[in-house]
Design a protein around this ligand. Structure first.
Ligand code: GLN
Length: 562
């Protein structure tokens, strides 16, 4: 009798909970931090001991983000699989401190392409193919598939755009239908905006009420509102929103503007959003790892005093600082994490490469920088200016870090100015140059001839071996690495010996030794002159800064001390 009870209790305790979904939608207007809110929910639920995966459902018809211009759409982020995605995926990985899967990214283009290709292959057995049910059901199966592949307990799915857009309606409709299947396991969080019009001077809730009503019109009830505003949302307005939107006051979370995005998870917790979500999803409280490490990092961001001055030399600055932060977001983040880990505050300067193309350019302005970064890029614009800046950094021993294009250009600079190979260039700009130092990979040639640009690059994670005793090997503390790539061109094998003999060390190579992945000058020559063919910035995370960025910052900090 007794034994039976014990078994029964045990059974109840081990009862497997269903997979849970949180859909995050935007209300009122875009650009109010839905991506950071989604990432922060991930951080919080993970801290509470749950295995979480984050999904971005992007409404655009591009199959992936690879062909989009960073000036318009921001940085193209790359996953391990090689999928080119929206920059939100970068925030997700950084806030979760883990890699995401190919299946965690869904675009309308991907879904439509799949369904239309299937139709062309007679995959629908002669039936009429329509947005509803075929597109919708394909989205439902992608939501479920991402959850299954991640073996997670909670999927947080951000639906791009704002409620009321035509473009994202299928994603919302798919979420609605999924909820019919799992009524207890799905909640909807709306990240909305509460304006305080200047002349009125009062926070207005009406636009948010309208957004909630519009979502209700699609058959979807809002469970939690994250109320973004310039200031805290007071109790009176929380009550007003709660009554108008049919939710309890505690489910209205105040999310005022703050200086540091890393404080967002901590701020959300002030209104206990984590526990509210667990309660809404009928999940028990667990003793998770907590937010200790995150808090420590967020604190370091504010407490650091001493500055390092880092210049980013690029060409995507044309519409001011806003574009810069968007086009190079992972690079900026990577610099920050390593700087904070070295207890210095990064002061990042944007330098226009074009300024160094003129005959009488003033290079001495570069002396005030403790480190210079040439990030990834494409095309001819600003390239000679970048080459001039790299030369100055090499000759004047200013720490230099070249990312992808920045590594290719540092190799060309070395060939031109140290080896004396006049006209050394990349095939991307001048395939007929006397010395094509950076060349196209043979298997990519045909794709370019066919104008097949989408996905025609070396994309995603590749292994590299590191040279014993190199700066790279000592920074990583290991002899093999995995890093993410996004480029078409490589160091031309014909020049490797000549360049190495002249002193530039290829300290990282593909396992078969044919592709040059890292180039560096020995520390005896230069405090830090290193470039990577891959993009280390994609793997830099607040709680695990990237070792090469950290090494670069250490060198920059050293220069600053002098
Ligand atoms: N344009 C160069 C290439 O395609 C570098 C690309 C990059 O910096 N991401 O190889």
């Amino acid at each position: 009798m007794r034994r039976k009870t014990v078994t029964k209790e045990k059974k109840v305790k081990n009862k497997k909970t269903n997979h849970k979904y949180i859909f995050v939608v935007g209300g009122v207007m875009s650009g109010v931090g839905k991506g950071i809110a989604t990432s922060s929910l991930g951080t919080l639920l993970q801290a509470k001991g749950y295995k979480v995966n984050l999904v971005k459902a992007d409404p655009y018809l591009n199959v992936d983000a690879g062909t989009m211009n960073p000036t318009e759409h921001g940085e193209v982020f790359v996953l391990n699989s090689g999928l080119e995605t929206d920059q939100d995926m970068g925030n997700y990985e950084r806030f979760l401190n883990r890699d995401l899967k190919h299946e965690d990214y869904i675009t309308s283009g991907m879904v439509y392409k799949y369904v239309i290709d299937k139709e062309r292959n007679l995959g629908f057995g002669g039936r009429c193919v329509e947005a509803v049910p075929h597109i919708r059901d394909e989205i439902v199966s992608r939501y479920e598939n991402a959850a299954k592949l991640n073996k997670s307990e909670i999927s947080i799915i951000e639906i791009g755009g704002t409620v009321g857009d035509y473009q994202n309606i299928m994603f919302i409709e798919a979420a609605r239908v999924l909820k019919i299947k799992h009524p207890e396991d799905i909640i909807f969080v709306m990240v909305s905006y509460l304006p305080i019009p200047n002349k009125i001077g009062e926070m207005k809730t009406r636009p948010t009420q309208n957004a909630v009503n519009q979502l209700a019109g699609y058959g979807v009830h809002t469970d939690i509102i994250i109320a973004r505003s310039e200031v805290l949302v007071d109790q009176k307005r929380k009550e007003k929103i709660g009554i108008a939107c049919n939710i309890s006051t505690e489910n209205v979370i105040s999310a005022p503007d703050i200086d540091s995005v890393y404080d967002v998870p901590l701020n959300f917790e002030k209104d206990k959003i984590g526990n509210i979500i667990l309660k809404s999803l009928k999940l028990e409280k667990r003793k998770g790892p907590g937010l200790g490490a995150w808090k420590k990092f967020a604190q370091a961001v504010k407490n650091t005093e001493k500055e390092v001055n880092i210049a980013i030399v690029g060409k995507y600055f044309s519409t001011g600082d806003f574009v810069l932060t968007d086009a190079y977001v992972s690079v900026l983040e990577a610099i920050k994490y390593s700087a904070y880990s070295q207890k210095v505050k990064p002061k990042i300067h944007t330098v226009n490469a074009n300024d160094f193309e003129k005959e009488n350019a003033d290079y001495s302005v570069l002396d005030k920088f403790d480190g210079i970064v040439v990030p990834g890029g494409f095309g001819e614009k600003g390239i000679e200016g970048k080459l001039n800046v790299i030369r100055y950094a090499r000759e004047n021993k200013i720490p230099y870090f070249g990312l992808c294009y920045g590594m290719q250009l540092m190799t060309i600079e070395y060939a031109r100015n140290v080896l004396g190979l006049d006209g050394a260039h990349t095939a991307e700009i001048n395939p007929k140059a006397p010395h094509v130092i950076i060349d196209i990979m043979p298997d990519q040639k045909q794709k370019l001839l066919d104008k097949n640009y989408g996905g025609s690059m070396r994309l995603g994670t590749y292994k590299a071996n590191l040279l014993k005793g190199s700066i790279a090997e000592s920074a990583y503390g290991t002899s093999t690495i995995l890093e993410r790539h996004r480029h078409r061109y490589e160091v031309n094998p014909k020049y490797i010996k000549e360049i190495s003999d002249a002193g530039l060390v290829f300290s990282g190579t593909s396992p078969d030794g044919t592709l040059m992945e890292i180039a560096e000058l020995p520390v005896t020559e230069h405090p830090f002159f290193l470039g990577t063919q891959f993009h280390p910035e994609f793997l830099a995370r607040p709680l695990s800064p990237h070792p090469l960025f950290t090494q670069f910052i250490k060198a920059a900090k050293n220069k600053g001390l002098k």
